[in-house]
Structure formats: structure tokens, C-alpha cells
Design a binder for this molecule. Sequence first.
Ligand code: XBP
Ligand code: MG
Length: 236
Amino acid sequence: MLKALLWDVDGTIAETERDGHRVAFNLAFAELGLDWGWDERRYGELLQVTGGRERLLADMRTRADAPASTAERETLALRLHAAKNRHYAALVTQGRIDARPGVLGLMREAAAAGLRQAIVTTTSRSNVDALMPRLLGEDWRTLFEVVLCGEDVARKKPDPEVYDRALARLRLAPGQALAIEDSTPGGQAAQAAAVPVMLRPSVYFPARELPEGWRGWFCGPQQALSVPVLREHHAA
Ligand code: XBP
Ligand code: MG
């Protein structure tokens, strides 16, 4: 029986990658005087690497103009990542990032229906703390029993660690929860933790169906969301 919704953030609650993170990374490159830039195509490729700092390091490994030593790259990635998250928070404050259709209503409906909810993301906690009050108001935390972020795990998605930790904190079996995800790495993390997943594709992950072998279902962009719909699919 469905007892809890485990929400991914980036791409699932809002199109944060398109409207926030990519724009903020480019502002960070400019701030640090680097002639680097990620267009949408390149950023889409880089989203296979989860974690902003890890994404920066992956990109540097392909660049001739990146620092030569590992230590210098690590230092630069840390500085860029801190600047990026600062720019991201500013974009959120400016109202540049809206929730995806149906998401906030579903969160409130789920709470009213007695479903437990958690945030299960690999983004930095500062990004969650910037985005969620903007979307849901200052009392947003009352909707979520558990909020797990990138800093809370040793291994980011597609590793199942963040899902395993959320289930442990909620004291639930995987089959009692539903992961709501937009991306392949996010869905893989849920699957590896044996949590059924509703995959609702975002702009950078335009899947058309659930990959073979995944437990859960695919939710098309126009499909209306409601607790009865989730319960019905989860029980199927
Ligand atoms: C999100 C990520 C994050 C964000 C940026 O994955 O991969 O890295 O792009 O956040 P998910 P940070 O949607 O599975 O949570 O820069 O704070 O890592
Ligand atoms: Mg996501």
C-alpha cells in the first residue's frame, strides 16, 4: 500500500536545470573570468553526471584550457560551485523558476490524504532551502517529514543511497513508497533501491516510456496528477 511520496527536486518539482542551474553555471564562469559556457546541448550531455561540482570536474577533464593538476581543478570546481549556487539562489529570489504544473497541488492533496512526503535529491541543501519556500511558502517544511540532499550522501544518484536513507528515516519498505523522478539517473537510483518510480520527463530527459525492467509507470507531460491516480498505478 502506498504510504509515502519521495520527491526528486531538479527537473521534477521545477525545471531548475533549464531555468536555474545552467544559467547560474554560466554566470559563475563569467564571474571568475573564465571564457567558458555551457549551451543547452552541452548541458544536456553533462546532466548524466549528477552533482554540480562533479559536473564541473567532468567538463574540465575534456578541456584543454582547464588547470593541469587535480588539486587545482578541485579548488576551481569548489569556487565555481559556490558561485553557481549563489547565482542560483538569486535567480530563485527573482522569481525566475516556477513549479511544474500540478506539482504543488499534488503535494498539498497528498498531505491532506495522509500520505507522508520526503525530499530525496542530490542537489545542494542551499538550493532546496532557496527554492522550496519560494514555491510553497515559509512553512514548506511542514509538508515534508524528511529532506535529504547532496550533502547527506557519500554517493549521489544513480546510486540508491539517498533512497535507502529516506526509507530508513521513514521506517518504510521500498514497496510502500513512490519515487517521483524526471531523469534516467534519478529513476535508476529509485529502481536500485527497489522503490517504484513515476517517471515524469523534464526538458533534458524527454523519455517517452519507462525503461525496460523498471517498476512503476511513465507519466506523460499532459497527464493530470492526483492522489487516486498515484494510488491506482502504485497498486497495479
Ligand atoms: C540534480 C543534480 C544536481 C543539480 C545541481 O539531480 O544532478 O547536481 O544539477 O545541484 P536530481 P548542485 O534531480 O536527481 O536531484 O550543483 O547543488 O549539485
Ligand atoms: Mg531530477
